[in-house]
Design a protein around this ligand. Structure first.
Ligand SMILES: Nc1nc2c(ncn2[C@@H]2O[C@H](COP(=O)(O)OP(=O)(O)OP(=O)(O)O)[C@@H](O)[C@H]2O)c(=O)[nH]1
Ligand SMILES: [Mg+2]
Length: 215
């Protein structure tokens, strides 16, 4: 008889871990977006990320609890160099971020895509494109149409959002949930590196999120 998660004693339930990395130029808001998703408010003061920061959030999709592990990477080259290999190793999903008020951050997406491809990330690994800082109306430098065409050409879904605007927090959540839903749909994703539901000593930020697939 097959056991469903609900019939297995909780101590023995294994959670799949989805590793998602967030890349893009320095200052586009990767840390703020990650912080929002993991249950925090908009951080008042952020400093440039050095190397990588992690956050984890347990979400529930169609009855399965999944750990979404977000790797918030440094945008500045001098804080990345020796760690880049680790970012891309066994990655399940990639979030590319640009700043809608800074055209250069959009143009540099090509470099970020090249870096990703240079690390042999399979084309099957789902990616999303995020235009951040949409609250800064009147300062927009990247037209939605341009971003949409880029996203389409690279088979990505585009999200335009703001890590700062509290009314956009659900939208920020959707970015990560859409990736998690795509990954869940890839039934072959193994329980590699999975974590026990209980007895985990890793710090989790925020409450678990119950979700039906938003995608
Ligand atoms: N107005 C506005 N400011 C934002 C938003 N998101 C981030 N910021 C600001 O942009 C600056 C950079 O944000 P971070 O999240 O630290 O940027 P980052 O991409 O992590 O930068 P690195 O760690 O250097 O790669 C900070 O001053 C944030 O307060 C947003 O949605 N709207
Ligand atoms: Mg950062």
């Amino acid at each position: 008889m097959a056991l469903s998660q609900s019939t297995i004693p909780q101590d023995f339930v294994q959670l799949r871990i989805f590793k998602i990395i967030v890349v893009g130029d320095s200052n586009v808001g990767k840390t703020c977006l990650t912080f929002r998703f993991c249950g925090g408010d908009f951080p008042g003061n952020t400093e440039a990320t050095i190397g990588v920061d992690f956050c984890e959030k347990t979400v529930e999709i169609e009855g399965e609890k999944i750990k979404v592990q977000v790797w918030d990477t440094a945008g500045q080259e001098r804080f990345r160099h020796s760690l880049v290999e680790h970012y891309y190793r066994n990655v399940h999903g990639v979030v590319f971020v640009y700043d809608v008020t800074k055209l250069s951050s959009f143009h540099n997406l090509r470099t970020w895509l090249q870096e990703c491809e240079g690390h042999a990330v399979s084309t099957l690994v789902p990616r999303v494109l995020v235009g951040n800082k949409c609250d800064l109306e009147g300062q927009l430098e990247v037209p939605s149409g341009l971003a949409f065409s880029f996203a389409k050409a690279h088979k990505m879904v585009l999200f335009e959002t703001s890590a700062k605007d509290p009314s956009q927090s659900k939208n920020v959540e959707k970015i990560f949930m859409s990736l998690a839903c795509q990954l869940k749909a890839q039934k072959s994703l193994p329980y590699r590196g999975s974590a026990k539901l209980q007895n985990s000593n890793q710090k989790e930020v925020g409450e678990g999120t119950k979700n039906t697939c938003p995608c």
